[in-house]
Design a protein around this ligand. Structure first.
Ligand code: DX5
Ligand code: ZN
Length: 223
């Protein structure tokens, strides 16, 4: 487990669905800090992924804490459900789907879970002004959510720096998480701008070098 540099969250939709257990063991050996769980409803994003039953099974097979990213149109339903059925460390809902974001954050925090709010590449940091003091984490999407393996949206990367400046100015203990084409090439800039948690998808679940070596390189390059 690293003591400096960003924490790594492994995006489990990129794990080998036919051999998830070996992937979990490799993630444990690599000291991965969170399992990033992409729950997609086919409405908020044009894809369906990772239902509660599958995630419960994954949870029972490891002690790595869960970081749940809800890409759903109705987080009012899914936040309580995830809190009830799973034992996550982080739950993030999308700002674009949440007119009552403060209430959702309160629901999450009331369970002793870190409350996160995610923003799409097309959403400005300023949209979160009222919400920032009410959450523990902001998840900056650097691709349009829905699929792994997409090209980075460059303009979204700059929002990490903007958020970092805001949390310093406001004195907030906010964590900044980045999700979407986090790679050996993109990670150093993300961390330099202020990212605390990097979500590793295609760049972490590498069949060629393997998960452990990919994690090691991500850490070395972003330390
Ligand atoms: C995309 C998901 C990501 C995805 C990342 O909508 O939220 O977590 O798995 O995959 P890469 O790192 O390949 O962009
Ligand atoms: Zn995600």
């Amino acid at each position: 487990m690293s003591t400096r540099g960003p924490k790594l969250a492994a995006s489990m939709m990129c794990a080998d669905a036919l051999a998830m257990e070996p992937d979990l063991r490799a993630l444990e050996r690599a000291g991965i800090e969170y399992l990033h769980i992409d729950m997609m409803d086919g409405h908020f994003v044009p894809n369906i992924a990772m239902g509660v039953d599958l995630v419960r099974q994954i949870q029972s097979g490891t002690s790595i804490p869960l970081d749940v990213h809800l890409m759903v149109t109705n987080p009012e339903f899914w936040v309580p459900k995830v809190l009830e059925d799973l034992s996550p460390a982080i739950v993030a809902f999308h700002h674009e789907a949440a007119p009552h974001g403060v209430r959702l954050a309160q629901t999450i925090r009331a369970r002793g879970v870190l409350a996160g709010v995610a923003i799409n590449p097309g959403t400005a940091v300023s949209a979160l002004d009222a919400l920032l003091p009410e959450v523990d984490l902001v998840l900056v999407m650097t691709v349009n959510p829905g699929y792994a393996g997409q090209r980075i949206v460059k303009s979204a990367v700059a929002k990490i720096g903007e958020l970092s400046e805001r949390r310093a100015r406001l004195g907030l203990p906010l964590l900044i998480q980045v999700d979407g084409n986090v790679s050996f090439e993109s990670a150093p800039e993300m961390v330099a701008l202020g990212a605390d948690i990097l979500v590793g998808g295609s760049s972490l679940f590498r069949k060629d070098v393997g998960i452990e070596e990919a994690a090691r390189q991500l850490r070395v390059r972003s330390a």
